[in-house]
Design a protein around this ligand. Structure first.
Ligand code: ADP
Ligand code: MG
Length: 451
């Protein structure tokens, strides 16, 4: 161990020498670089303690950082990078540093936290289970398994557990990997590229094991067996395991029965498509995170995105990123309305068509609310005189205000035939001639819808 420490110290002093030699103005060397030393190494990141907070900030500026990275990489002949921390952060992180024989590439993404995870009914159980696993690792449920379709936040939660443990329990090593990483690293071990035993490494180095996408263990019997051994060792010694899968383990073809039963023996929780409010909150957070003003977005833009892309949050984020790119870089505009939004996410889509559908929906909901009905009552099958009248008026408005095709109006009214729509519209046209009350109603609706 002492040897390792000496080697690390030596590496840094050689790096410093190189930095000093190359500085354009060596006057900066002493105040900033002189008192630095390596705190610990995680994967490819070398954490260096700066003398003061100001020094840490200054050294993190791109000129100094490039200089240091370059020097370090030359000295180590490897792609390490420097990350500066303050003395306070260094004492806080009385980290066990992970021995990097295996999974040196494994990295937690600090962007995934519990704080920026939006909880709703669809993911509340998974969110709760993840919090428990991070706050009381190994104590309550082992393993925790989160399963559900792609793009719903499984990786986010798994990484958030890792980040929370790193922050609150620096004495524990949390390892985040995918089952795919596991297979690859195990293969390297089998090829004789490693010295330490694979299973022993896990037992000795890792305290919390986070494995993403376990479905890739299927049909790989020898890897599975090794994972089984590690899994049992962790469970036996009360070390937390958290797994994610894109489906319930029982549905994974080619996964052995004993793994299936083990995986669901702790706390299996599913995660499903988010409700609209969750999507809307995620988008609002994105707007904030991009330093944009929410007031510049028409509320219907947020609602449109949540509805259209909300089945998969990854897609929702992707579509919204396109909108931001479009509206901020391509065609800078302060105010983002529905038309800009639709054009941004799908330049090929028929914007008029989408806008028309949305407008028909708006006519329906406006007429419905004027008659104290819901939209689905208005477009549904019930035919009391009152509802039928409202329905015909709504059809008439779609035609007169939007000039929408009869067939399209029919489709929006619960799949009615275009002749039904024509009849309804004609009825209203006739009545308008000698019914001043109806004329008033139509006028009021027009003002509402155009305003
Ligand atoms: P999965 O692993 O289930 O395929 P991810 O965790 O990769 O999905 O999530 C996809 C994207 O959506 C990520 O950028 C993630 O941050 C984001 N995301 C998913 N769920 C939420 C949520 N509830 N709150 C905030 N962001 C979320
Ligand atoms: Mg994932």
């Amino acid at each position: 161990m002492e040897n390792v420490a000496a080697t690390i110290a030596d590496t840094w002093s050689r790096t410093l020498a190189l930095i000093k030699e190359r500085m354009s103005d060596p006057i900066y060397f002493e105040p900033f670089f002189q008192d630095t030393h390596i705190d610990h190494i995680e994967g490819k990141v070398v954490y260096v303690v700066a003398g003061t907070e100001v020094a840490a900030k200054t050294l993190s500026s791109s000129t100094f950082l490039d200089l240091a990275n370059q020097a370090l990489q030359e000295v180590t002949e490897s792609d390490f990078v420097v990350q500066y921390i303050t003395p306070v952060e260094a004492t806080k992180s009385d980290k066990k540093s992970l021995n990097c024989e295996y999974f040196a590439f494994s990295r937690l993404n600090s962007a995934y936290t519990f704080k920026n995870f939006v909880a709703g009914a669809s993911n509340r159980e998974a969110y709760g289970a993840a919090i428990v696993a991070s706050e009381r690792p190994g104590e309550l449920y082992n393993p925790v398994l989160i399963y559900g379709n792609s793009g719903l936040g499984k990786t986010h939660l798994l990484q958030a557990i890792g980040n929370a443990i790193r922050e609150k329990r620096p004495d524990l090593n949390a390892l985040y990997i995918t089952s795919h990483d596991f297979v690859e690293e195990y293969t390297r071990y089998l090829r004789g590229e490693k010295t330490q035993s694979f299973v022993d490494w896990f037992k000795q180095e890792v305290d919390v094991l986070l494995v993403d996408d376990i479905q890739f263990f299927a049909k790989k019997p020898s890897t599975e067996e090794t994972f089984f051994a590690i899994f049992n060792a962790f469970q036996g010694s009360g070390k937390q395991i958290v797994l994610t899968s894109d489906q319930h383990p029982y549905k994974i073809d080619g996964l052995s029965d004993r793994l299936k039963t083990r995986f669901v023996a702790g706390l299996p929780v599913s995660i499903s498509a988010p409700e609209k409010e969750v999507c809307e909150t995620i988008l609002k957070l994105k707007i904030e995170a991009n330093n944009l003003d929410i007031n510049n977005f028409d509320p219907e833009v947020i609602s449109y995105f949540a509805e259209k892309f909300g089945k998969n949050i990854r897609e929702l984020e992707g579509a919204f990123a396109r909108l931001l790119f479009h509206a901020v870089n391509l065609f800078p505009t302060k105010h983002i309305d529905l038309k800009t939004a639709i054009a941004a996410v799908n330049p090929l889509a028929d914007v008029r068509d989408d806008l028309e559908t949305l407008s028909i929906e708006k006519v329906i909901s406006t007429v419905a609310s004027m008659y104290g009905l819901t939209s689905s009552q208005l477009t549904g099958k019930i035919r009391t005189a009152q509802i039928a009248l409202a329905r015909h008026i709504a059809m008439y408005m779609c035609r007169s205000l939007l000039d929408a095709p009869f067939a399209k109006i029919g489709a929006a009214f619960g799949g009615r035939d275009h002749t039904t729509v024509i009849n309804g519209v004609e009825k209203v046209e006739k009545s308008l001639k000698d019914d001043p009350d109806l004329r008033k109603v139509v006028k009021r609706l027009e003002t509402k819808l155009k305003g």
